[in-house]
Design a binder for this molecule. Structure first.
Ligand SMILES: [Fe+2]
Length: 242
């Protein structure tokens, strides 16, 4: 399995607080069968003001520590970008890291607020697509507007967005509404990938194996493998090519 959304860079957002905790998260993931993780710290203006430099510094510290531990997980870094009016400027200045490539587009992990879908989101998505940037919407099942009006996801589907399921949503850790909605969208095969969105060993540990097994019980064929391994590999393979 390959995890494209996790908060394993130490001390730069609300994820791992130390390198030791980051290594413990990677170890837990490896025990579940995860072979590659893309660290995605928050870039959330005014809350977590990360940029390419803060991410690169924290990533270097993590990879150096990981080399000294007996871990066999490939590590890369990108970001989870909170939707904001500044995104077009950051894209034009090449200040946002991408999750990889899909369908000849750069993939941007884009986070909505948990409360609602901001006005102008459709315009931003069209703006990104026109510049060959494909938004992957992070955990749409956790958005309260979508929990009340699931059909509002259709506009994102029709635009061509990708969607990331958070493993712990499906397992019930994020509340009944997120679990119910993610089961519904899994059965409809809406999601492009499943990722852990892990933050801490105690409060939000990685649960890729458990979620993938559950997805396999809800769907026929190879969908569970597709969204836990095949598609995340395809997307993130591009990270190793620069
Ligand atoms: Fe996240």
């Amino acid at each position: 399995m390959i995890d494209l959304h996790c908060h394993i860079l130490a001390g730069i957002d609300d994820g791992a607080k130390s390198i030791d905790e980051a290594l413990a998260l990677i170890r837990l993931a490896e025990q579940q069968g995860v072979s590659r993780m893309v660290a995605t710290p928050h870039i959330h203006i005014g809350i977590f003001d990360n940029n390419l430099q803060t991410i690169s510094t924290a990533f270097t510290a993590l990879t150096q520590a990981a080399k000294q531990s007996a871990l066999n997980v490939e590590l890369y870094a990108a970001a989870e970008v909170r939707i904001a009016p500044e995104i077009p400027m950051f894209i034009e200045q090449q200040q946002l890291p991408f999750l990889g490539r899909f369908d000849n587009h750069d993939v941007l992990l884009l986070e909505l607020p948990s409360s609602h879908i901001p006005a102008g989101t459709d315009n931003l998505i069209n703006w990104l697509l026109a510049r060959n940037v494909l938004p992957m919407i992070a955990h749409p099942e956790r958005n309260r507007e979508l929990q009340s009006y699931p059909e509002r996801l259709n506009a994102f589907v029709q635009a061509g967005c990708l969607f990331q399921l958070t493993a712990s949503s499906l397992l019930g850790d994020m509340g009944a509404s997120a679990k119910h909605l993610s089961e519904h969208w899994i059965k409809q095969r809406v999601y492009s990938i499943v990722a852990s969105d892990c933050h801490s060993t105690k409060r939000r540990p990685p649960k890729m194996a458990e979620a993938t097994q559950f997805i396999a019980t809800l769907t026929a064929g190879d969908y569970a493998e597709q969204i836990s391994t095949i598609t995340p590999k395809l997307i993130s393979d591009a990270l190793g090519k620069h």
